[in-house]
Design a binder for this molecule. Structure first.
Ligand SMILES: Cc1cc2nc3c(=O)[nH]c(=O)nc-3n(C[C@H](O)[C@H](O)[C@H](O)COP(=O)(O)OP(=O)(O)OC[C@H]3O[C@@H](n4cnc5c(N)ncnc54)[C@H](O)[C@@H]3O)c2cc1C
Length: 317
């Protein structure tokens, strides 16, 4: 919560109230367009609520690749979701059964009224009142500092999951827990978690999933990249499913062929992304991926095509 934007659990919701609504609001303001904000926005829009999303950054799903963000925005706007980016909600004023939001965008201030508001502006660890201040455990920006095994600075005190920092995901927390406990138990051959290979999934419609470097992050890290793209409209199974809206984007290291990242929007991409996660775990290059056989007709063929496209060998485009 931010000053002036405090939840009351009745008209201004956190995720807790948003998951257990007493009634469907007619109009809804979602503040924040990260995975949680977009999941609620998509869910409530699908149920018929008029949904407005306000995001302070210049695009929605800001951690995703820019092309996927832009694709998602278009898809949601086609569903009549209102999206306001580069804008800040300054104030929320509660009425009898609605909330008026003061929104500033590019120096212009407007006011709009909504039945309900969802705050989805961030996650922070519950690190207060644990007695950490009396130990050698360090904290940084709301999270407990750990090494690759989950050890804090205080002998015998370990941390995993959301309190140990981003990405704030259940499978990251769970994997870190296993690594940490195996390390404590002295299991041989324990591998630390590779934070660069944690997949991120957003369960909106269409779904969004990604792993590894975005194109921009790869370039910022000094990598020369080869990029491939394939739209779901070129895939027979996606057409047969009636869900031809989507895109797969692959990012390779131009010198070594290492798969740096994969970014997807479309049907069941939260299931498909696992293929690219395994590829990255095995440090696969474009050569193995190109000669891998993908079954037909499946939507997984979009992944193969997006790899082929990075090397000028795409077939169905
Ligand atoms: C709306 C929403 C949707 C999400 N969807 C997804 C998703 O689809 N996929 C995904 O991977 N992740 C998702 N997440 C994130 C995921 O829930 C978290 O990353 C995950 O739960 C982190 O696990 P954890 O064990 O670190 O923390 P938690 O699951 O928060 O568990 C911490 C536990 O510790 C307890 N606790 C806190 N303080 C103390 C204390 N002082 N003493 C004792 N107990 C204490 C808490 O009550 C809680 O039960 C979502 C999160 C939200 C909010």
């Amino acid at each position: 919560m931010l000053p002036g934007l405090e939840a009351d659990g009745k008209m201004i919701w956190t995720y807790k109230e948003a998951m257990l609504p007493e009634a469907l609001p007619k109009s809804l303001l979602v503040i924040g367009s990260g995975a949680i904000g977009i999941e609620f926005a998509s869910f409530y829009r699908a149920l018929g609520a008029e949904v407005t999303v306000v995001e302070v950054l210049d695009r929605i799903l800001p951690v995703e690749d820019e092309e996927i963000s832009a694709f998602a925005r278009k898809a949601f706007e086609k569903q009549d979701m209102k999206i306001i980016t580069g804008a800040t909600v300054k104030k929320l004023d509660k009425g009898a059964d609605n909330v008026t939001a003061t929104i500033e965008q590019g120096g212009k201030v407007t006011q709009s009224t909504f039945e309900r508001v969802i705050l989805a502006i961030g996650i922070t660890g519950n690190i207060e009142n644990l007695g950490l201040e009396n130990t050698k455990a360090k904290t940084d920006k709301g999270h407990i500092t750990i090494n690759q095994w989950g050890e804090t600075g205080e002998p015998g005190v370990w941390a995993i999951g959301d309190v140990a920092g981003p990405p704030w995901l259940a499978h990251k927390a769970s994997h870190e827990g296993v690594v940490c406990v195996e390390r404590i138990a002295g299991v041989k051959g324990v591998h630390p978690l590779d934070i660069s290979n944690v997949p991120g999934c957003t369960y909106c419609a269409p779904q969004v999933a990604s792993v590894g470097f975005t194109e921009a992050k790869a370039k910022a890290a000094g990598r020369q990249v080869r990029v491939g793209r394939f739209p779901f409209i070129g895939n027979g199974k996606a057409i047969a499913l009636g869900e031809p809206e989507g895109l797969v984007k692959t990012v390779f290291d131009a010198k070594t062929g290492e798969l740096l990242g994969a970014h997807m929007i479309g049907p069941e991409v939260t299931e498909l992304i696992q293929g690219f996660v395994i590829a990255r775990t095995l440090e696969t290059t474009e050569a193995e991926l190109m000669r891998t056989i993908f079954p037909h007709p499946t939507i997984s063929e979009t992944m193969h095509e997006a790899v082929l496209d990075a090397y000028g060998r795409v077939i169905h485009m």
